[in-house]
Design a protein around this ligand. Structure first.
Ligand SMILES: *Cc1c(COP(=O)(O)O)cnc(C)c1O
Length: 389
């Protein structure tokens, strides 16, 4: 009989944990050793070989969460993303990237790949035909990101996997915005799942880390590249990340609920022009999101009415923090025009539907009553300042 898959919070709390045989402590012991015995042992352990006791333990938890055979932890999301890409690409190859891509990944593509003789294309949208159109005879990898930043568009996981398989291509996804709680792309046939663990996995805005989850066969290739690039994470931070992930299921559930409540509140507010959240029925990708996500996520974006200045609005917020990063237990807002998409020309931004009035909202775990009150008082402040006395 096959053992039934454990519940997601049981996985978060327990899978992979190391037993403290000596003192019977409640949590995994931390092994900071960079040197291990080499004689009469099964595994030659070394941090940059991604096989210390704490790295292996957390890898088991992450693989269980993504329902993949293997998972490996990196020093940052970008270490995971760049290492994974370089494991499957060589001079002469081509990669198709989804247009709406995390800024760091976009930067990696445009500043690094050509040096290695690797060419790339960006899609014009996120529908299956948009990807199909960019495939060339030398394409090896399709790279997607869903839900995307900042407009939360949703890409069809099954459709992408089918397209790639029919052309013999490998698929990679940046699954950071969803977290493994809301979306498991491996279940839909996506080959390599990538995370910035700096976001929902860490969850408290105090850990920088990355994750790759995939099959044993793919992981062997990634491992060979990873030991050369050396992007491993310190065992102390691995241990902290294990602790953070114990509460990821309940944190993300609370963040999903807050995002849904705030999306509903904002969509009926007189001061708000548009709300982008896949959980809302009016979102164009709502049905697709429903079919492939377990929850709609803790990220949304919205546009204030043109009369309300975004910078002034941010200055008046007392509880919600204007902040670069996302996914912490504290609610934060950001202006894509001024940060993540600042280097893009206004024309390109407009093509992607990113207006100056757009605000990306990362929901924390606070009570929504308090968040609503903060937004309302900030809007009222800005309005009172703008009305001539
Ligand atoms: C933050 C982020 C990354 C990069 O992760 P780092 O941990 O900062 O290297 C990649 N993709 C997405 C979607 C992100 O939000």
């Amino acid at each position: 009989m096959k053992t039934p898959k454990k519940g997601v919070n049981t996985i978060c709390a327990h899978v992979g944990e190391l037993k403290d045989k000596e003192f019977k402590g409640a949590v995994s012991p931390l092994y900071m050793s960079t040197s291990y015995e080499f004689e009469d042992v099964e595994v030659k352990r070394y941090p940059r070989y991604f096989n210390t006791p704490n790295q292996e333990a957390l890898g088991k938890k992450l693989a269980a969460l993504e329902n993949t055979e293997a998972a490996m932890i990196f020093g940052s999301g970008m270490a995971a993303i760049s290492t994974a890409l370089m494991s499957f690409l060589q001079a002469g190859d081509h990669v198709v990237f989804q247009q709406t891509l995390y800024g760091g990944t976009y930067n990696f593509a445009v500043t690094q790949l050509e040096k290695y003789g690797i060419s790339f294309s960006f899609t014009n949208g996120w529908g299956i035909p948009d990807f199909e159109k960019e495939i060339k005879p030398n394409t090896k990898v399709i790279f997607i990101e869903t839900p995307s930043n900042p407009l939360l568009t949703v890409t069809d996981l099954k459709g992408i996997a089918q397209l790639a398989k029919s052309r013999g291509l490998l698929t990679m996804i940046d699954n950071t915005f969803a977290s493994p709680i809301n979306q498991n792309p491996g279940n839909f046939g996506i080959d390599v799942v990538l995370h910035s663990a700096t976001k929902y996995m860490g969850g408290h805005s105090d850990i920088c880390a990355g994750v790759v989850a995939t099959s044993n066969e793919n992981m062997e290739k990634i491992f060979q590249t990873a030991i050369c690039f050396g992007g491993s994470l310190s065992d102390y931070t691995v241990w902290l990340l294990e602790r953070s992930i114990k509460t990821m299921g309940i944190r993300v559930k609370a963040q999903n609920e807050n995002a849904m409540k705030m999306a509903k509140y904002l969509s009926v507010s007189d001061d708000v022009e548009n709300v982008y959240y896949p959980g809302l029925e009016i979102h164009p990708d709502h049905d697709l999101a429903k079919s492939q996500m377990n929850g709609f996520g803790g990220m949304l974006s919205f546009e204030l009415h043109s009369g309300i200045d975004v910078s002034q609005f941010f200055k008046q917020l007392k509880l919600i923090k204007p902040s670069m990063s996302l996914a912490g237990i504290e609610s934060t807002v950001l202006s894509p025009t001024k940060t993540s998409h600042a280097l893009m020309s206004p024309g390109d931004r407009e093509k992607q539907g990113i207006k100056d009035s757009l605000i990306r909202f990362s929901l924390g775990i606070e009570e929504t009553e308090d968040l609503i009150q903060d937004i309302e008082q900030a809007i009222n402040q800005v309005k009172s300042m703008q009305v001539p006395a």
